[in-house]
Design a protein around this ligand. Structure first.
Ligand code: GDP
Length: 542
């Protein structure tokens, strides 16, 4: 594989507030790229990406399932990230290894709280983004409002590259503002065939206006485009695309598109936009890490196949067929089945037994994988989330991911002696998969506590223990946890008394803290250490 082919990979995440339509959008993407032959639907539990029983029953996305598909002879690796606040940490670890993302918004609700949280996380990891305003068919859908909210709340550099043709029940298609053509998605073909026509006469002026606005915004960041416009020349579509790509990758622009995933409208142009505007692994440039021998020395790897191997383990999961797998983003070089790699943090050699390309619940075995790829590796025994894998002769350590402390706990107890035997080892396995989950014995009552990021998070853990691992347990009531010292920025000051309760302030939100529930025999020992967790804390007890 040449570096030219690495240019043809896009590693993207799809992120949004719960219910904005991430899963539906992902399902449509898999359908149009030929990965699934039937469109899966969230409401009847057939969505391909949501394959855990708990996800299908609840209609939510829990794990970041990685899947590979291809569009216009290029490869798109998609990580479906959960929208529920309890699984924010899953989003965080996906963002760590992605090159670009699509933010999905509900055309009626606009920018919702969790969209703001994930957007801020993507800012932290400097992930270039597209915005997709979904649900244009819904009553009350308003594209302009949604763009204004994105600008006000998330990024003022967002601007439309498409304009909707009609809205609500009259939503018919989209206008490509670069080509100035209307795109329709005939219902009979489930949107897999598109029709390109002239823009309806009644919206030509409106579209021209937004096209001018787009060029105006763009020329601020692109000298070539400015020069052309100043000389009175009309830039070609290819020139505008190139300028848009550059501005998006350099965080100077958020292209906004629209559609209705549910009605099969707008997905193919969204895929085109992923290829056109989001970065390939090579666009990320060199990767900086630390030398193992000298932590102050910067080690660098180029995103090339001929470079020394390096990658980050970003997720450990239990696959129903393969067993424990470690998801690895390969940054440089090549990974071969049977190869020994070096975990630079643990200073341990690890053998790569098998390499898989994952498609939700299916998998293809690979003999080798290359810079830019996201794969699942079987056989790694010591490596945990966030650690670097590399060559032993010149080790590199990429920055570790930060995991916040847990905020809620539930007491559990095994039902039988047989359950007791299995319980601790199963909890250990779950903890290994999920760094935002832990368990401990309550020092005062001796009860076994499971601790996590929110009520739903722990409910899922308890459910998995019982159904996936057949460990019978009794589950207590969830309890919000805190400890006496809470660190934070000035805007997160707090005052409360352990016995009497009190108030905590997170930004503009005041949180009332109840005294510890001694009656339940559960004492909580976790902490709230950042604004992010403050928000999780607030949401989890709402
Ligand atoms: P997620 O939580 O962001 O993954 O959202 P889902 O994809 O699960 O969608 C949430 C709900 O919205 C489901 O009932 C979908 O069928 C519905 N939905 C998704 N996209 C659209 C759309 O474009 N239009 C309408 N009307 N409903 C949609």
């Amino acid at each position: 594989m040449s570096s030219k082919q690495i240019d043809k990979i896009r590693n993207i995440g799809i992120m949004a507030h719960i219910d904005a339509g991430k899963t539906t959008t992902t399902e449509r993407i898999l359908y149009y790229t030929g990965k699934s032959h039937k469109i899966g639907e969230v409401h009847d539990g057939t969505a391909t990406m949501d394959w855990m029983i708990q996800e299908q029953e609840r209609g939510i996305t829990i794990t970041s399932a990685a899947t590979t598909c291809s569009w216009n002879k290029q490869t798109i690796n998609i990580i479906d990230t959960p929208g529920h606040v309890d699984f924010t940490i899953e989003v965080e670890r996906s963002l760590r290894v992605l090159d670009g993302a699509i933010g999905v918004f509900d055309a009626v609700s606009g920018v919702e709280p969790q969209s703001e949280t994930v957007w801020a996380q993507a800012d932290k990891y400097k992930v270039p983004r597209l915005a997709f305003v979904n649900k244009m068919d819904r009553m009350g859908a308003n594209y302009e409002n949604c763009i204004s909210e994105i600008r006000e709340k998330l990024d003022k550099k967002a601007a439309a590259v498409q304009w909707p043709i009609g809205s609500e029940e009259n939503f018919a298609g989209v206008v490509d503002l670069l080509e100035m053509k209307a795109i329709y998605f005939p219902a009979e073909s489930l949107g897999s065939k598109i029709e390109i026509k002239d823009i309806p006469a009644d919206i030509v002026d409106e579209c021209q206006l937004y096209r001018d606005e787009l060029l105006d915004n763009l020329s601020e960041y692109d000298e070539e485009l400015t020069d052309l416009i100043l000389m009175g020349e009309a830039p070609s579509v290819a020139q505008i695309k190139a300028a848009l790509r550059k501005a998006t990758i350099t965080h100077n622009f958020i292209p906004v598109l629209c559609g209705s995933a549910f009605k099969n409208k707008g997905i193919q142009p969204l895929l085109d936009a992923v290829l056109d505007y989001l970065p390939s692994p090579t666009d990320r440039g060199e990767l900086k890490g630390h030398s193992l021998k000298d932590p102050d020395k910067v080690e660098v790897r180029k995103p090339e196949v001929d470079e020394m191997f390096s990658g980050i383990a970003f997720k450990i999961a239990t696959d129903p067929f393969v067993g424990s797998v470690t998801y690895v983003r390969i940054y440089s070089g090549k990974l071969e089945s049977g190869q020994t790699v070096y975990n630079s943090l643990k200073k341990k050699r690890e053998r790569v037994n098998k390499i898989f390309q994952m498609h939700a619940d299916k998998r293809t075995e690979l003999q080798e994988a290359f810079a830019g790829d996201i794969v699942a590796v079987a056989g790694l025994k010591e490596t945990t989330t966030g650690e670097t894998l590399c060559t032993e002769n010149k080790p590199i350590i990429y920055d570790l991911m930060e995991f916040p402390e847990t905020v809620i706990s539930v007491a559990i107890e095994p039902k039988t002696a047989a359950d007791e035997k299995k319980l601790l080892s199963t909890l250990e396995q779950l903890k290994n998969e999920d760094p935002s989950f832990t368990f401990s014995n309550n020092q005062e009552t001796g009860q076994l506590l499971i601790l996590g990021m929110g009520e739903l998070h722990l409910e899922i853990i308890a459910d998995r223990l019982q159904r996936e691992f057949n460990v019978g347990i009794r589950v207590g009531k969830p309890q919000v946890s805190y400890r006496e010292s809470i660190s934070g920025t000035a805007s997160e000051s707090h005052t409360y008394n352990r016995e009497l309760g009190g108030k905590m302030q997170f930004g503009s939100v005041t949180l009332k803290v109840e005294p510890v529930d001694y009656q339940a025999g559960v004492l909580f020992e976790s902490s709230v250490t950042s604004k992010q967790i403050g928000q999780n804390f607030i949401d989890s007890i709402k």
